[in-house]
Design a protein around this ligand. Structure first.
Ligand SMILES: Cc1ncc(COP(=O)(O)O)c(C=O)c1O
Length: 389
């Protein structure tokens, strides 16, 4: 039961024979729009000729920025002004760029815990001093954030940044409660804290529209929202965008990285502009929502059937992840080798905490496999947990 891909000379994804690996937060290669992107790349070359292959405008090609501006205004009710949008190399790249330009080594950055473990690597490489803020079933605890900011201020270590994934969180699947969204942007504006909103999963909403972005709620300048085409179109594009205050966007646009190399991934951005302009983005997102909703339902239904009654998990309303809790006393990291022997793998939840965190949690990603494989993975996981309990 393997999926396409898996040649480590070409792609990041690798397969272990016989293992259904729910540790990868990757989309299924079978769902990537290869034909539409081939057509779009041709259309970009036909339309722009050599301009599609030149050093690009530093903020990204206007057709893509314009398309995004119109779509964001329609779907989020707030239109970014032309100076408030920048094409990026996706979220990871933009996060790295922001740390370079908005922070200095040793600055304090607040991070909700648990969080996207690979963003932590980027933040640490700068190196920023990371301070965790707890989250619960309603997402980031804004009361705890306020207390942490106050404590740090008293110690003369005012934080510069907050990194957060408020919508269809990786790894928990939770979306930040509406009242907390408003409280968070007010607190950030009052404290001069820049919120970096990682919005990777906004388009993958399965039970109605995604909640409003922090960026759409915040006073100008308080939030930098990072968007990505990785999950809604294809991760190999390495393309995304950000919406932020005009001063922040200007800072990035004037930085050495873009001055030297031009706009990020210019040809890809021109091709994606053609893809989006031809209506293919909306079609792709509609197809993905249907496909991933079915996968979420298959996994959650099978967990209900196969996991012992004292396990806990929640069906996410969007994104890629089910966050599960094993019975007390079981350690997900220690159990993983036995799970792999039993033909299933996952990400131990402790990896998503800055400081270890609860050992009995684990993250199950449902993007990569079709429903029948997910049901089989849940059956195998249930057998491993029962044998260990
Ligand atoms: C929360 C989150 N942010 C960012 C990324 C990576 O985004 P990009 O591919 O745009 O760099 C991922 C990928 O899994 C993710 O889960």
């Amino acid at each position: 039961m393997t999926v396409q891909g898996g040649d480590p000379r070409i792609v990041q994804l690798t397969h272990r024979p016989g293992v259904i690996d729910l540790g990868w937060g990757h989309p299924d290669p079978a769902l990537l729009p290869a034909a539409g992107l081939r057509e779009a790349a041709g259309a970009a070359l036909d339309r722009l000729g050599p301009d599609a292959l030149a050093y690009g405008a530093v903020r990204g090609p206007a057709p893509l920025r314009d398309w995004l501006g119109v779509r964001i205004a329609r779907t989020e009710g707030r239109a970014p002004a032309p100076g408030e949008i920048l094409i990026t190399g996706g979220i990871s790249h933009a996060l790295d760029q922001l740390c370079t330009l908005l922070a200095r080594p040793g600055d304090v950055a607040l991070v909700e815990s648990p969080t996207y473990h690979l963003a932590v690597r980027i933040l640490r490489e700068h190196p920023l001093d990371l301070v965790p803020v707890p989250a619960d079933d309603g997402g980031l605890r804004v009361d705890a954030l306020a207390a942490t900011v106050a404590t740090l201020r008293r110690a003369g270590r005012a934080p510069r940044l907050l990194y957060t994934v408020p919508t269809f969180h990786n790894p928990t699947g939770v979306s930040l409660d509406p009242a907390r969204r408003r409280a968070l942007v007010e607190l950030a504006a009052a404290e001069g804290l820049t919120v970096i909103e990682d919005d990777a999963y906004r388009e993958l909403a399965y039970d109605g529209p995604a909640p409003p972005s922090l960026w759409s709620l915040a006073p100008p300048g308080a939030v930098v929202r990072l968007g990505s085409f990785s999950k809604a179109v294809a991760p190999g594009l390495r393309l995304g965008w950000l919406t932020a205050g005009a001063a922040t966007v200007a800072r990035l646009a004037d930085g050495g990285l873009l001055d030297s190399g031009g706009g990020v991934n210019h040809f890809t951005a021109c091709a994606v502009a053609a893809f989006c302009g031809a209506g293919q983005f909306e079609e792709q997102v509609a197809d993905l929502r249907a496909a991933y909703r079915a996968r979420r339902d298959a996994l959650v239904g099978a967990l209900r059937e196969h996991l012992p009654a004292d396990c806990r998990w929640r069906a996410p309303a969007g994104g890629f992840f089910v966050w599960a809790r094993l019975p007390d006393g079981l350690d997900a990291a220690a159990l993983l080798p036995r799970a792999v022997e039993g033909g299933v793998a996952y990400l131990p939840g402790a990896r998503c905490h800055l400081d270890g965190g609860p050992a009995e949690t684990l993250r199950l990603a449902f993007g990569l496999y079709p429903p029948e494989a997910l049901a089989e993975a849940a059956r195998r996981l249930g057998a491993v947990v029962r044998a260990a309990g």
